[in-house]
Each structure stands twice: as structure tokens, then as C-alpha cells.
Design a binder for this molecule. Structure first.
Ligand code: PGA
Length: 253
């Protein structure tokens, strides 16, 4: 069994001061929970401050995005080598970036490869819109996102060094989570078999697949009791101490 991974995606929330106020008390509780990998993904300006608070704990940091180049004329962007000192993970291809910032399967692929080059584990997000879900196109969409997003990546690079987040877009920030059974079925029927085709069975088994979309302290344990779901990508509830601690506790059971 792989260690479950719970990732808090703060999105564009929390100043440095607010980040400190949230993380300090929360980390005292989180550090007591064993058997779960915990990753916090603050906005870039708060990363250093949060890193200082997490010294001496096993709680890890991730970024919410990167550019694929190491430097250059890319105003407003952040390079992988600029964050790898502080971060172990990076979220790539979140649906909000695909929908609002022109992220494509091609740019996602460049970013996944750049992350791996810089010792960052990519958390690659895939998932269908409501319309695609209603027209039974989930399989087609997640298979395309995986095949394109993971192009030209060797099994040896991906092994133990890739996390997939299945996030149906209709479930993100809506309070309408997928049913745990539906999410698990997408993992079993579409995501894991596609990973096996892209890499090989052993590599595919080493890749943790999370569910994301309206996970909270009350529903988390239903997701973690599904056989294929090895963690959660948590948005709104990661901004609330009690909720996030409850989700991590549910993952530990
Ligand atoms: P949510 O967001 O938990 O607020 O639905 C999840 C995500 O966007 O990663």
C-alpha cells in the first residue's frame, strides 16, 4: 500500500501574515498525525514564511504552478529552480489554470517534464467538465490529458515521482463532490489503465492517484475508504484548520 497524500491547494488566498496565522496552530496538530504525506501549497509569496514554520516537521511544501524554463524574458512567471529549494511538489494543469490562463496539454507536458528535471514531484490534475460528464466523455478526456501531459516521460522518471489528481471540474468549489464510487471507478477504469499503457504495470502502481473536488472534513473518509483513492487534493477546506486536520486524520485511518 502506498502512503496516502493529502495536498492543500490554497489557490490565491492568504497574505504572508494570514499564512502564518493559519499554519502555525495547524502544524502543531498535523505533525502528530502519522502515516500520511501532507503537502501545503501556498501562493508563491508565502512559501518562504511557511517553510520556516514547517522546519522540523515532515509536512512538505508545494507550488501551485511553474514555468518550464529556468530563466528568461517571461514576465510574471516563476521557474522550477526558483522554488525547488523550498518545495517538493508542484501542482500542474489545475483546471482553473487550463480554463483561465490558457494552459494546454502541451504546456502541461512541458511543465511536468521541467518539474521532474528539478526534483519536484508533479501533481498532474485531470478531469472533465459537467458537459463532458453528462455526455459520457470522462474516459476520453482523462485519457487524452494523461497521454498528452505525460508524453516523452520515461518510466524511470515517473516511478515514485508522480501524483495524479482526478478532479471532475463540476465538483471543484461547488460543494457537490463526486460520489466516492464514481471517483473510484474513474481511477480503476480509465486512469490506472492509461498509466499502465503509457509506462508499465509496476510504474503505474507506484503512482498515487488522488481525488479532488469539494472534499471536506465530513466526507473525506468515504473517499479514503475506496480502494484506489490514495489521497485528496483539497481546495476550500485546506484554508480551515479544523477541516484540513480532519481530512488528514481521515486519511491516516
Ligand atoms: P475544492 O477545490 O476542494 O475547493 O473543491 C479543489 C481543487 O481545486 O483542487
Amino acid at each position: 500500500m502506498l502512503t496516502p497524500i493529502v495536498v492543500g491547494n490554497w489557490k490565491m488566498n492568504n497574505t504572508i501574515e494570514q499564512a502564518r496565522s493559519l499554519v502555525y496552530p495547524m502544524s502543531l496538530k498535523l505533525r502528530e498525525i502519522k502515516g500520511v504525506e501532507i503537502v501545503l501549497c501556498p501562493p508563491f509569496p508565502a512559501i518562504m514564511a511557511v517553510s520556516a514554520l514547517l522546519q522540523g516537521t515532515d509536512i512538505k511544501l508545494g507550488a501551485q504552478n511553474i514555468h518550464w524554463q529556468e530563466k528568461g524574458a517571461f514576465t510574471g512567471e516563476v521557474a522550477p529552480n526558483m522554488i525547488s529549494e523550498y518545495c517538493s511538489y508542484v501542482i500542474i494543469g489545475h483546471s482553473e489554470r487550463r480554463a483561465n490562463f490558457g494552459e494546454t496539454d502541451e504546456s502541461v507536458n512541458l511543465k511536468v517534464r521541467a518539474a521532474m528535471e528539478h526534483e519536484l514531484t508533479p501533481i498532474l490534475c485531470v478531469g472533465e467538465t459537467k458537459e463532458e460528464y453528462d455526455s459520457d466523455r470522462t474516459s476520453e478526456v482523462v485519457r487524452r490529458q494523461l497521454n498528452e501531459g505525460l508524453k516523452d516521460i520515461s518510466s524511470s522518471k515517473a516511478k515514485d515521482n508522480l501524483v495524479i489528481a482526478y478532479e471532475p471540474i463540476w465538483a471543484i468549489g461547488t460543494g457537490l463532490a463526486s460520489s466516492p464510487e464514481n471517483a473510484n471507478a474513474v481511477l480503476v477504469n480509465h486512469i490506472r489503465p492509461t498509466l499502465e499503457k503509457i509506462f508499465d504495470a509496476e510504474t503505474a502502481q507506484s503512482i498515487r492517484i488522488q481525488y479532488g473536488g469539494s472534499v471536506n472534513g465530513a466526507n473525506a473518509s468515504e473517499f479514503f475508504s475506496q480502494p484506489e483513492i490514495e489521497g485528496a487534493l483539497v481546495g476550500g477546506a485546506s484554508l480551515k484548520e479544523d477541516d484540513f486536520v480532519a481530512i488528514v486524520q481521515a486519511a491516516a485511518k
